[in-house]
Design a protein around this ligand. Sequence first.
Ligand SMILES: Cc1cc2nc3c(=O)[nH]c(=O)nc-3n(C[C@H](O)[C@H](O)[C@H](O)COP(=O)(O)O)c2cc1C
Length: 313
Amino acid sequence: MLQTRVCRTFDLHYPIVQAGMAVHTSPDLVAAVSNAGGLGLIGSAFRELAAMREPTDRPFDANVVLAEPNDELLEILPAERVPVISSSWSDPDELVDRSHAMGLRAMHQVEAVAETRCMVGLAPDAIIAQGPESGGQVGRVGTLALVPAVVDAARDIPVIAEGGAADGRGLEAALMLGAEGVLIGTRFLATREAPVPESWKQTLLRAAPEDAWQIDVPDLVVETHWAGATARVLANALLRTWHGREDEIEQRRETIRSAIESAESVSDAEGQFLYAGQSAGLIDAIVPAGDVVRTIATDAAACLRSRVGGSDT
Ligand SMILES: Cc1cc2nc3c(=O)[nH]c(=O)nc-3n(C[C@H](O)[C@H](O)[C@H](O)COP(=O)(O)O)c2cc1C
């Protein structure tokens, strides 16, 4: 019931993709997702690509943020035999062509319909439509409006919905919007394998959707300039201190950064940026990542079956 073109194209049991989350992914997390039948995705910790060969023989993906320098990664991809490359935050023109020339699959993330139209000629194997409910760097158009509009603009390229999904209902909703899969980040942070401190995971369990703020403070501190992107992070003492005082950050940047480094060194969840999406409000347990994949797939299939059954009566 859940077999879509995304499953067939990327050789998956379930149309569930784990998000690129910079250094917050690990071979253990990626392998757990891929071994369970989804598509695990290594973030920007590319030195870990070689470590992927041992824990899984299933397909996995490496994420390239095009707004950042990535020549080094592009050099090593062929040797590391990464089956899928996904890209985000700039024009993937060359990357789609290079991936296909190397015999790899390519996906690209969009946050707007105009970008989707540009993608059609490049023919990536899938287009990811990212709504701003997502954690990390996000755009502006809500998932509910964005996904069907991207599906229409993508013509015959399969679309994967991203942002706000954390359970079977999210996958079901994505399919009902015309997407053929879902990409999930925040839910995978609250898993046993996720390489984030326990205090971060516990903060996710306590969060409500409204606790994930879309706010300039992290980018001003970290000096991230990705066109069209703003960070979404969980509210904590660090954010509350600097929210409304953004114009002071440039002068105080070094002090703030060193305080964050100290907080990170003792896993203090109140003193570091906890990137996460609004779906944090749907998470109530830290479980193995493979269970997340299987539970989402099983629950979505049950929801869809009950709706199909309901429409017959
Ligand atoms: C901790 C964290 C780090 C992220 N880092 C990146 C990143 O480096 N590059 C990127 O394109 N997206 C990044 N994202 C966004 C994810 O790729 C994805 O869009 C998002 O997690 C999906 O929405 P969800 O969090 O609601 O599941 C990050 C998300 C999180 C939660």
